[in-house]
Design a protein. Structure first.
Length: 210
């Protein structure tokens, strides 16, 4: 499945650097802390998570459908502390064998997949028994006013300008509905200061299969 968003890819590459400087790098570090074995990172973008993988990870398969971001991902893989291979692919059809991953990492990707349930079913398929789902996503707001703003954004220009991104998805509920048990969950606003925007409510957590 070909996915090409060249304008968004250029903007995202710059924005991800600014996000890391504003504190996202610390969240990325928490996202992958303590992982071991073989990891599949879905929608790995331009590779901003790669520097944070611990040496206990024996290999990362970084899957990214967008060609421009995938090229940046390959460059980032050269300096990663863990061995990284890069593959084209989408969240709904991962190029990974059944029950072959110790962990699946989802980072700012479930907002834009066409079908969260299908993507999470794929994550279940590739995880070995006892494997972990690590997620770092922006999600639906807990306050009514911001939820209304998110619905307006999603119904107008936000998905068009942001490569299909939706701000009002209840991603934690989708993870649970997919059969995962959420064992760690941190909710926070990002960036932490300023007026909350549609994409400011974030979650970072870990889920496992029962």
């Amino acid at each position: 499945m070909a996915v090409s968003h060249p304008i968004f890819a250029r903007v995202f590459a710059r924005a991800s650097v600014a996000m890391d400087r504003a504190g996202a790098a610390a969240h990325r570090r928490r996202l992958v802390a303590g992982l071991r074995g073989r990891v599949v990172e879905v929608g790995a973008g331009n590779g901003r998570n790669l520097p944070h993988y611990p040496s206990t990870v024996t290999g990362v398969l970084a899957v990214e459908p967008e060609p421009r971001l995938r090229a940046a991902l390959r460059a980032a893989a050269l300096d990663a502390p863990a061995p990284v291979s890069v593959a084209a692919g989408v969240a709904e059809a991962l190029p990974v064998a059944d029950a072959s991953a110790d962990a699946v990492v989802l980072s700012l990707v479930l907002c834009s997949v066409p079908d969260q349930a299908v993507a999470l079913r794929e994550a279940r398929r590739v995880l070995r028994p006892g494997g972990q789902l690590r997620f770092y996503e922006h999600v639906v707001a807990e306050t009514p006013g911001l939820r209304r703003a998110q619905r307006v954004a999603d119904a107008t220009l936000w998905p068009l300008c942001c490569a299909g991104c939706h701000t009002a998805r209840d991603t934690v509920a989708a993870i649970r509905a997919a059969g995962f048990t959420v064992v760690e969950l941190d909710r926070f606003r990002f960036p932490p200061t300023g007026v909350p925007g549609p994409a400011s409510p974030h979650v970072l957590g870990t889920a496992v299969l029962p």
